[in-house]
Design a protein around this ligand. Structure first.
Ligand code: PGA
Length: 253
């Protein structure tokens, strides 16, 4: 369960959040939790979370390890901060900043090379869904955003299915619609990685909130969530994360 804060929270606000969230997080069992703050808050937040059950994640990364790339941050820089995950291919990066799937694929390679786990976002736009092209779009994004993955590393990937029409709109995918898209993704991952695909987490993202989290996470195809707006409040994100603790993991158990 990952909180994507996007461009929200100063360092002071991030630390206040950690203080409020940590006692709640300690009550949640069997759920992997991470907070993805803006870069400025990453290092101070990492100190606040050190030794706690909550990991920290970056919202972006540049594919090159270093160089003349004004405004960018590299995977080795994130690794040094103990970052466990980084979000790549978010629709806001694809749409607002014009990032292509080929560029996203290079980021995935860089992250794995630095020992971080990529959270790779894919998802169709409303017009694509209405034209009956959702599956084709999601499969193509997935295919083109995934680089060659070193042997034995595929299960470090996390894929987030985020239909663009559900992001920040209050319009959530129904569990059956999301579950269906997750099964397309799982099928593609199996074609690519064989049995390891069953160990790749597939998160749903798009207007997840305390009121709908349990219903979404109850779907056996939905392994977790990438939460934007509703993760900005620590009590709200804790409620959502608790819903994951209640949901049975895929494959029973
Ligand atoms: P939202 O954002 O929960 O505010 O819809 C999700 C995301 O963009 O990751």
């Amino acid at each position: 369960m990952v909180a994507n804060w996007k461009m929200h929270k100063t360092v002071r606000e991030a630390l206040a959040y950690a203080e409020a969230f940590l006692p709640r997080a300690r009550e949640i069992e069997g759920v992997e939790l991470a907070l993805a703050p803006p870069f400025t808050a990453l290092e101070p937040l990492s100190r606040a979370l050190l030794g706690s059950p909550v990991a920290w994640a970056a919202q972006n990364v540049h594919p090159e390890p270093a160089g003349a790339f004004t405004g960018e941050v590299s995977a080795p820089m994130l690794a040094e901060l103990g970052c466990r995950f980084a979000i790549v291919g978010h629709s806001e990066r694809r749409q607002i900043f014009g990032e292509s799937s080929a560029f996203v694929a290079r980021k995935v390679t860089a992250l794995l090379g630095a020992g971080l786990r990529p959270i790779l976002c894919v998802g169709e736009q409303l017009a694509e869904r209405e034209a009956g092209r959702a599956r084709e779009v999601v499969e193509r994004q997935l295919e083109e955003s995934l680089p060659e993955i070193p042997e034995g590393r595929a299960e470090e990937l996390v894929v987030a299915y985020e239909p663009v029409w559900a992001i920040g709109t209050g319009r959530t995918a129904t569990p059956s619609l999301a579950g269906e898209a997750h099964s397309w993704i799982r099928e593609r991952l199996r074609a690519r990685f064989g049995g390891a695909a069953d160990r790749i987490r597939i998160q749903y993202g798009g207007s997840v909130k305390p009121e709908n989290a349990a219903e979404l996470l109850a779907d056996p195809e939905i392994d977790g969530a990438l939460v934007g707006g509703a993760s900005l409040d620590p009590a709200s994100f804790a409620t959502i994360a608790s819903a994951a603790a209640e949901a049975a993991p895929r494959g029973g158990g």
